[in-house]
Design a protein around this ligand. Structure first.
Ligand code: SAM
Length: 282
């Protein structure tokens, strides 16, 4: 079953949280010249026109990236946000107008250096078709394949550094456990890797399978970053928050993210709140 299409949700609060976290990690990695291999196991389309019918239909970007874009002059006081908003502007056809939201392949490829490499996986044929149309650069390979197996098949890598984004749609409950198994197997092959795993906060609490599995898995350093729009409503089945686990987080990531999220969170809703803490280790 592959029915999820990220275009319906592009640029929402969860994308902002996930891509800001990814951006902060890349920022740290780019402080050194040593080559980096990136994997994006669930790539999506790569880039989302905000005026596309799917994206306009739910208009989730209006409570996500749009208010941040509107407040960009004020938010540029915060160093990480300033860099993120500058990159967001650079990825627009017209830098003064927010017309497209970049998906994770765009955020990753935008900052790729000659010595770096990016692997993208997308299993949905239609979504992969859109991805293949993007011009993401010579160091980028996109595959119509399962991203978790594709990652494991390619480890270890030849570059000294490795960064992985795992961002499933969680259409199947089993995916939470599959992610834990993949993390364990991947870390067994590449202990130094920095890995980011996104998960939704749903009233059903299914993400506990992921969090408990990670805690029981023997991974040593795991940072948990969660943004909630409101308390989990008993009447609603909708996503009330967004979580990212960062395995082997770069030093100082917690403080940089906390600073950026303190500025972002009040713009996303009156009850929005952010919390970052060690889930395993430290
Ligand atoms: N990472 C993207 C971003 O941040 O812009 C969004 C990805 S979206 C949440 C999840 C994507 O994973 C969907 O496009 C879906 O078709 C794809 N997908 C689902 N199962 C997959 C699998 N086993 N391997 C690779 N892609 C898969």
């Amino acid at each position: 079953m592959l029915s999820y299409q990220h275009a319906y949700h592009a640029g929402n609060f969860a994308d902002v949280h996930k891509h800001l976290t990814l951006f902060a990690v890349i920022d740290h990695l780019l402080r050194k010249p040593a080559p980096i291999t990136y994997f994006d196991s669930h790539a999506g389309r790569g880039r989302y026109p905000l005026m596309a019918p799917e994206t306009r239909r739910l208009g989730e970007y209006r409570q996500g990236v749009a208010p941040l874009w509107q407040a960009r002059d004020a938010l540029a006081q915060e160093p990480l946000l300033s860099a993120w908003l500058t990159a967001l502007a650079a990825m627009q056809p017209d830098a003064g107008t927010l017309s497209h939201y970049p998906g994770s392949p765009a955020w990753l490829s935008h900052r790729l250096r000659d010595q770096d490499r990016l692997w993208l996986f997308e299993l949905h044929p239609g979504e992969h078709g859109h991805l293949a149309e993007q011009r993401l650069g010579d160091n980028v390979t996109w595959l119509h394949a399962d991203g978790l197996q594709g990652l494991l098949d390619r480890l270890p890598v030849v570059t000294p550094r490795l960064c992985v984004l795992i961002d499933p749609s969680y259409e199947r409950k089993a995916e939470y456990r599959e992610v834990v198994e993949t993390l364990n197997a991947a870390m067994g092959k590449a202990r130094h890797a920095v890995m980011l795993v996104w998960y939704p906060l749903l009233p059903s609490g299914r993400h506990r399978d992921l969090l408990d599995g990670v805690r029981e898995s023997g991974l040593r350093k795991v940072w948990r970053s969660e943004l909630t729009l409101h308390a989990p409503g008993e009447a609603s089945h909708g996503m009330y928050g967004s979580g990212v686990l960062v395995i082997n987080p770069p030093w100082g990531l917690d403080e940089r993210l906390a600073g950026a999220m303190a500025a972002v969170t009040p713009r996303l809703g009156p009850e929005a709140s952010y919390r970052g803490n060690w889930w395993v280790g430290e």
